[in-house]
Design a protein around this ligand. Structure first.
Ligand code: BG6
Length: 496
């Protein structure tokens, strides 16, 4: 893959906090290796790792090279051979003093011009303390025309209040435009394609509203369980892990008003307007009727028997943490009032599938086709975010023959029809942060508004003494999720 000239990093030091950790080894370093291979990281880009594990510069360079398969491009070898490492506690001012010295040396040696991107690949509880320390050490302020940015990844707080506290800590050192909050879903090609689908075409816009759309369904289904992340998941759950961020971000891009331009702020303004139009479920009765949680139990086939959530390592045997959420939301604005938006996510569901679907209203005169309900399922537009990335338009067509029978047919577009490959989400976000394009990052007001939507439900569940509904691994969630949609006379697009 070649990178456009304007998709090349400017001179800069990329500082990775948590450099000896899992995220760095699994995601960041392989993404950097690919970016180096595409020519996106010129010689004026340097790499510095910071972490508590003692290591020399050379050992850190080795760790970088070991994190990728093969030898890598010569530029990757140069980048890692020159990589620097700062070892120390994150709350010790001496760590930041050493970092300042190393950064000055990088400027001198590599021409990095005082520009820095601090990537906080640490546990989230360290985001605030690191930002504050960077501020105190004078490492958050750009020199002259240059830039300093901080990149953080969800969770952005644990609820609305803690998100506000985190915001206060980050903004004690960084201005909002310096803070890049990652949601890796926004970096998925198919999620970005929502913008092209909606705004590079004219055929969809006339039907993108309550007059034509019957309901919207967003599903983020995973087949995996929590694996080794039980300890983390116990305090997180599906609502905080997926709904508060990935689901609401995808939903807002899908349903927002057209932005006035593709300027990052114009798009983010529209997303936050859409989030504000979602009525939080505040009353207990409303929550009980419109939000469903669930937890997986042992299930699968005899050959492939999967453990229940409570049997996973690091999980409380009496845990009430939800591994499944389904909600019925309403967007109260001119375009969408009255159109239910069903969202759903879960671990250990029967398929790995993320899709956004719009079902259209039925034709006014169904009696024209008596007894053909199956073929007359609602028409639908389905954006397949993953796997099998693409788009389908489903509609009824006559089956050839003497009888007049209607059957569902589909027009499909697959991303495979392009020769180009999609970049990995982390390649995309790292390069965007280096370049300074905030389009795919979440703004503070979006974070706050998303917590406002999920917080009341989380509080209600925390106080609810009834046992959490269960579902067997490899099924589509508890029966209550089906009832949520059936009550409206509808069905989930995938449910058996
Ligand atoms: C992460 C969640 O944000 O997204 C994980 O913390 C989840 O629990 C993952 O598995 C899903 O991402 P993807 O890209 O595999 O759909």
């Amino acid at each position: 893959m070649n990178v456009d000239a304007d998709r090349r990093s400017p001179p800069c030091v990329l500082v990775i906090f948590g450099a000896s950790g899992d995220l760095t080894a699994r995601k960041l370093l392989p993404a950097l290796e690919r970016l180096a291979g595409y020519g996106a990281l010129p010689a004026e880009v340097a790499l510095v790792g910071v972490a508590r594990t003692p290591m020399t510069d050379a050992e850190f360079g080795d760790l970088c090279r070991r994190s990728v398969s093969g030898e890598g491009h010569p530029r990757w070898k140069d980048l890692t051979a020159a990589a620097r490492y700062v070892h120390g506690d994150y709350d010790d001012p001496a760590t930041y003093q050493r970092l300042a010295d190393v950064l000055a040396e990088c400027d001198h040696r590599h021409g990095t011009a005082g520009n820095r991107v601090h990537y906080l690949a640490t546990p989230p509880r360290l985001f605030g303390p690191i930002a504050i320390s960077l501020g105190k050490a004078g490492l958050s302020v750009p020199a002259g025309e240059g830039f300093v940015r901080a990149v953080v990844e969800k969770p952005f707080g644990w609820d609305e209040v803690s998100a506000r506290e985190l915001y206060a800590e980050l903004s004690s050192a960084f201005a909002e435009e310096q803070i890049f909050r990652i949601d890796h879903y926004l970096a998925k090609e198919t999620v970005q394609n929502l913008l092209a689908l909606r705004f590079a075409n004219s055929i969809f816009e006339p039907i993108w509203n309550r007059t034509w759309v019957d309901n919207v369904q967003i599903t983020v289904a995973e087949t995996l369980g929590v694996g080794e992340r039980g300890g983390f998941y116990e305090t997180t759950g599906a609502m905080r892990d997926i709904v508060q961020n990935h689901v609401l971000q995808v939903l807002s891009l899908f349903l927002m008003e057209p932005p006035t331009s593709f300027h990052p702020e114009a798009i983010r303004d529209e997303k936050v307007k859409l989030l504000r139009a979602i009525q939080p479920l505040d009353e207990e009765a409303e929550i009980a009727a419109n939000a469903v949680r669930g937890q997986y139990t042992r299930g699968g086939t005899r050959e492939d028997l999967m453990p229940g959530y409570r049997d996973e390592p690091g999980v409380d045997p009496l845990s009430a943490t939800e591994t499944f959420v389904a909600m019925r939301l309403e967007v109260q604005n001119w375009r969408w009032t009255g159109v239910p938006v069903y969202v759903r996510t879960g671990k250990r569901l029967p398929a790995r599938l993320t899709e956004v679907a719009m079902e259209f209203r039925r034709p006014p005169q169904l009696p024209l086709f008596p007894g053909q309900e199956q073929g007359l399922e609602p028409d639908a537009l389905i954006v397949r975010v993953q796997p099998d990335e693409g788009l389908s338009l489903r509609f009824g067509a006559k089956v050839p023959g003497h009888a007049f029978r209607v059957q569902k047919a589909s027009m499909d577009f697959s991303y495979e029809s392009f020769d180009e490959q999609s970049p990995d989400a982390y390649e995309r976000v790292i390069l965007d942060a280096l370049i300074g394009d905030p389009t795919l990052f979440i703004r503070a007001d979006e974070v706050g508004r998303s917590w406002r939507i999920v917080d009341p439900v989380m509080r209600y569940w925390a106080d609810d003494e009834r046992p959490i509904p269960l579902y067997q691994a490899a099924t589509w969630g508890p029966p209550e999720a089906g009832s949520l949609v059936a009550r409206d006379g509808r069905r989930w697009r995938h449910s058996s």
